[in-house]
Write a protein that binds this ligand. Structure first.
Ligand code: JFZ
Length: 456
């Protein structure tokens, strides 16, 4: 059955959550992109380094609307090469991209009729940035999602603003006056931010823009809401109902708490402990350095070792990893991010099967590494990722109930010996040194299914 809804032909047939989540649970690894005009100041305003994450510079620095919008006119990312971006994500082993279509500063990276505060109408560049990205994703078989800041909007009047003390930005001598003002004005620091009501902002900006995003860019994989500051159930209902335009779409839990849980949770900058998990799908989002939006002087990057082990830790607990890149105002990925992606891609090429389409470890965590599992036609593949190579050349797995068909190291393809004791302890005998110092994966194929949870 086909019905006419919001001017779009969509099938009325509902997809189940399992159907919608199938590709996402298989994918396990995606790229977050925080890009906007905040990449121009890149963490510095009026010669002062502004504290906090780069995309928050307007709020932390209490930058007036007029000054911020004047700055944004120069935005001209002539080096933007969406095809190269998508290839870097794909070569890193990532299966989807989620990009900020509009962050809290309200600047739209896309053509929109709902506000002039967008890349086409306001900047030197003058072209929609999301269209060519959508085309490149389609060409390379990468799923595309849009992040959209539905409530906070510091430039479109009526949008909300989470209140931040002025001292978190810089030692502004007017901080007492400014903080008194933001207290009286729901976090806003400029009268222009309050020229409309929140409801008017939702009706005139957020709803039409989300409709545009769900209509003009082909099939979308994810709508990633963020910070429900000031949201009402009524506004959330309006936004959520638009998702019918893309029946397959997945959404997160940040539209409005607690009545709009979405499809998955979003632990931020941290990997949950096993005890925190309740069976809900989840995705850890994380920065490579300390900021989402580009900051020229944040050079505190995590090592490929940390990030690869994070991915394995997450997969072993049944979650997804959304790893961020903050491109420059010219439209390039920072070199450090390019290098990290290439490094992770090298590892994934050899060992990716330990991540894609896997389920959580039946054993929880091991002191020497992590485990994932995958059911196959002939039984089950268990992937043991060894972080700490054993001095005696042996790792052991207790509570082992299945018989082993074969075991091999993915890095070399060479077989490894296993033995199973009467007490059900599997011993895997390894070569003297680790083929990969970051994580070496041993695939053990066994007969039958392995229990979801093994306790000894
Ligand atoms: C939000 C944004 O404010 C930030 O700029 C960035 O886009 C990030 C991915 O998301 O920040 C949050 C949102 C939620 C939490 C923490 C920071 N949270 O739930 O702990």
């Amino acid at each position: 059955m086909v019905l006419l809804l919001l001017g779009q032909n969509i099938t009325a047939q509902q997809l189940t959550k399992d159907q919608r989540m199938a590709w996402w649970r298989e994918a396990r690894f995606g790229m977050f992109i925080h890009w906007g005009v905040y990449a121009i100041p890149a963490g510095t305003w009026d010669g002062r380094q502004i504290g906090g994450i780069g995309e928050w510079i307007m709020n932390r620095g209490k930058i007036p609307v007029n000054d911020y919008q004047t700055m944004a006119k120069q935005f001209n990312p002539v080096k933007y090469d969406p095809d190269a971006w998508v290839r870097m994500a794909k070569d890193a082993g990532m299966k989807y991209i989620v990009i900020t279509s509009k962050h809290h500063d309200g600047f739209a990276l896309f053509e929109t009729k709902a506000s002039k505060w967008n890349v086409v109408d306001h900047t030197a560049y003058g072209k929609d940035l999301l269209k060519p990205l959508a085309e490149a994703c389609k060409k390379h078989g990468i799923k595309l999602g849009f992040y959209y800041s539905q409530a906070q909007d510091w430039n479109n009047p009526g949008g909300s603003a989470a209140r931040r003390p002025t001292k978190e930005g810089w030692a502004n001598p007017d901080s007492v006056i400014i903080d008194a003002y933001t207290k009286e004005h729901n976090g806003h620091w400029d009268p222009r931010q309050e020229l409309r009501t929140f409801d008017q902002y939702i009706n005139d900006v957020a709803v039409p823009q989300v409709r545009e995003l769900l209509t003009n860019y082909g099939e979308l994989a994810v709508l990633w809401w963020d910070t429900p500051t000031g949201m009402t159930d009524e506004a959330a209902t309006k936004l959520q109902s638009l998702l019918a335009l893309q029946p397959q779409i997945i959404t997160n839990d940040r539209l409005k708490r607690p009545n709009f849980p979405g499809d998955h949770k979003t632990p931020e900058q941290r990997i949950p402990n096993l005890a925190d998990l309740d069976g809900t799908d989840w995705e850890t989002c994380m920065t490579m350095n300390g900021t989402w939006g580009y900051k020229s002087y944040d050079l505190n990057y995590k090592s490929p070792q940390t990030l690869i082990r994070n991915l394995l830790d997450i997969a072993s607990k049944g979650g997804n990893f959304l790893l961020n890149v903050g491109p420059t105002a010219e439209g390039e990925f920072p070199q450090q991010s390019i290098d990290i992606l290439a490094n992770m891609g090298g590892w994934m090429k050899v060992n990716g099967e330990a991540v894609y389409g896997t389920k959580a470890s039946p054993w929880g965590l091991f002191p020497w590494g992590r485990c994932t599992k995958k059911e196959t036609k002939s039984g089950t593949s268990l992937y043991f990722s060894v972080f700490e190579w054993p001095a005696d050349g042996k790792i052991t797995v207790p509570g082992f109930k299945n018989s082993v068909i074969s075991a091999k190291l993915l890095a070399t393809g060479s077989k490894v010996k296993t033995s199973l004791s009467r007490a059900g302890v599997l011993t895997i005998s390894l070569p003297a040194s680790a083929p990969d110092p970051i994580a070496s994966v041993i695939r053990v194929d066994v007969r039958g299914k392995v229990a979801e949870k093994i306790t000894q």
